[in-house]
Structure formats: C-alpha cells, structure tokens
Write a new protein. Structure first.
Length: 384
C-alpha cells in the first residue's frame, strides 16, 4: 500500500510540473491552455493537498504547525480581499499553495523511476521549445543576426523571457537528473544540454536566463559538494536573501546612480512610493500594482509578494521555506550531491526572481519550487 501511495503522490507532482511547462510551450492563448490556466491555484492546491493527505503519517510537528499557519493566512487574506481588490479566491491562497507544494515534495522522495520520468519531461519540453524558437528565427530571417542580439525580440508565441526561463529550468533539471541517475556518458549528455540551453537562451535574447544558466554550470562544477555537506553554514544564505531582498531592492530603487536592471529601478521606486504610503498595505497587502502605459507589474518576486500579501504574507511564506531549508542543517542527515545541486539551483532561482515575478506566478510554482522540494525530500539518515 505504501508503494501505491508513493507512486500516486509522485505522479501527481510530475503531472503538475509537466502541465506547468506545457503552458509556456503551447502559449497561454492555446485552446488547451485557456480552460485551466486561470484556475491553476485551485487544481494545483487541490492535488498537493491530496498528496499531503495521502502521506499524513509522514508529517512532523513542524509540518502541522505550517498547515495551521497556512489556514490562518488564507483566512486573513480573505478578510483583507476587498481592500486588496483580490476579486478571485486564488489571490488569497497562493502563498499557502506554494507551501503545500514544497510540503508535498518533501513527503514524496523521488526514486529512479520518478527521476527518469522527470528527465524525459524536461528534455522533451526543452527540445520542443528549441524547435519552435529556431523555426521562428529561421522563417523570420533573424538567424543571420543571431550573434548580434540586436533584433529586439519581445514576443514569439509567448514573451521571450518566458521561453528563456523554460530553457533555463529544463537545462538545470536535466543536468541534475543525468548526474543523479548515473547515466553512462552523462558528462557528454550534460555538455549537450548546457550547450543547447545557452544557445536557446541567447537566441531568444533572454539575458537573465542565459547568465543564470552560465552561473549554475560554473557553481555546480566548481563548488566542493563534500565540504558543503559537512559544513552547512551556507544554508543561512537562503534566510538572508529572504530577509534582505526588500532592503536591497529599496536601496537600488532609491539610488540615482544604479541603472543596471534595464529600467526596473523605476518600477521598484514607483512601487515603494505607493506601498509605503499606506500602513495597512504594508501590513496585509494592497491592490495589484501596475506601472506605466504598458501596465507592468513589479518585475520582482519579492515585491510582488509584499504588494499582494504584505509583510504578514511575506514572513509567513519565507518562514515556511526557511524551515525546510534549515532542517537540512541536521548533521545526522546526509546531503547528497543531488540535494546540493538542487539547493544551488534554488539559490539561483531566488537571484533570478530579483528580475521577474515568476516565483509568485502560480503557474510557475511546480517548476521553480521543485528544486527546494526535491532537496528537502531526498535526505537520508547517516549510517551509524
């Protein structure tokens, strides 16, 4: 029975990851995507709640406390929904759904079959995205400008930054799984994956994705994983990001000399001017923030969380995430190379989210938070 529960749980998680990637592969206006895209918070939350319920015996005291806090956060968000102009239920449950996803991954360690299925999903989605991308570049005559980065792409079938993000996360996930599965000639296949990922993120002009993938390639190769497993002080770095992200963003926005975030500094400055002017918004969130004639959002996941859920929501979600990360400091538990690679990936995801709202976009949750979920799930007790 335990094996059946595990297989159902892992397949539900894999299904959400596959659907998440499919949204961006097909485009949000595709006839198969439109009926379910806007309801993502409901079906994702429902599936992850089912996984947690199937694995109730595995829940620890901390999990039960987080579930209680998640329920309380939903009630608070429903109470403030009118003030925040949250006209739909999903804008009250997103932080709790994110935490449910991480919890569901934690109680469902992926075995070799699960990892193989996820590798198949990642490689397939990556290949199809590359095909669509280079087909467009070829027929539009842009291949000849490939190395100039001056063709100023914005939208193909979807925003090019989204295409870049898909290629980025497919590359990282595939590289981690190839190593974890011990595939023959794994170094060769990983090199091909990295090359195609860099080629694709460059081709769609997603500079942030290109640089994040390059950073993962370097860090995952050079960081001493054995030493990182033995000395785990670096795990506090995640908590520091959560605590300092708003401060760092505010200082950048307030600076008159920093201008390296492609105009995002102006968006952040406008957000802080609006958000800080209302104490209630600071505490519990405000109406959705829109900037300029193009009605841009915050372009920063941390500010998006503060905007829509306030300091209370920010502390709730990041405290829950920090709990699962800092549990890995337990020296009685081994950290595998796969876990450390997933944590490196999640650390870079947090860096990526200084530039995009993606971490708080519910349709991205299964992809982005899977790294933390897998890292928290695969811990094994050291042999005495």
């Amino acid at each position: 029975m335990e094996k059946v529960v595990h297989r159902i749980s892992s397949l539900l998680i894999l299904f959400t990851i596959g659907v998440s990637y499919s949204f961006w592969l097909l485009g949000i206006n595709h006839r198969l995507v439109q009926p379910v895209f806007s309801d993502s918070a409901y079906w994702l939350g429902g599936m992850m709640l089912a996984v947690v319920l199937l694995n109730l015996k595995k829940l620890q005291r901390g999990d039960w406390i987080l579930l209680a806090l998640a329920a309380a956060n939903v009630l608070l968000n429903l109470y403030t929904a009118g003030y925040r102009q949250a006209t739909t239920l999903d804008m009250s449950i997103i932080p709790s759904v994110i935490l449910l996803f991480v919890m569901a991954c934690r109680v469902t360690p992926f075995d070799k079959l699960d990892q193989s299925l996820l590798l198949f999903i990642s490689v397939s989605i990556m290949g199809l995205n590359l095909y669509r991308l280079f087909k467009h570049l070829y027929y539009s005559g842009l291949l000849q400008k490939f190395f100039t980065m001056d063709n100023s792409l914005k939208v193909i079938w979807i925003n090019v930054n989204v295409i870049g993000a898909v290629l980025l996360f497919c590359s990282i996930t595939s590289a981690i799984l190839i190593k974890s599965l011990g595939i023959k000639y794994g170094a060769v296949f990983t090199g091909i994956i990295y090359f195609l990922g860099l080629l694709g993120t460059w081709g769609c002009q997603s500079r942030t994705s290109f640089l994040i993938l390059l950073a993962f390639m370097i860090l995952n190769a050079v960081l001493p994983k054995k030493r990182l497993s033995e000395h785990r002080f670096w795990l506090w770095g995640f908590l520091l990001i959560f605590l300092l992200a708003p401060v760092i963003t505010y200082l950048i926005a307030d600076s008159e000399t920093i201008n390296i975030f492609t105009g995002r500094e102006n968006i952040w400055r406008a957000f802080y001017n609006q958000w800080l002017s209302e104490p209630r918004a600071v505490l519990a969130g405000q109406k959705p923030f829109l900037y300029g004639p193009q009605l841009l959002s915050t372009h920063n996941s941390y500010l998006y969380l503060l905007c829509n859920f306030g300091v209370i929501g920010y502390l709730f979600l990041n405290s829950g995430l920090s709990y699962y990360i800092l549990k890995l400091k337990n020296k009685a538990v081994s950290l595998t190379d796969c876990q450390i690679s997933c944590l490196i990936a999640f650390f870079l995801v947090l860096g990526y989210c200084f530039m995009e709202d993606s971490l708080m976009v519910i349709q991205w949750v299964p992809v982005m938070f899977s790294y933390l979920g897998f890292a928290a799930a695969s811990a094994k007790k050291k042999e005495q």
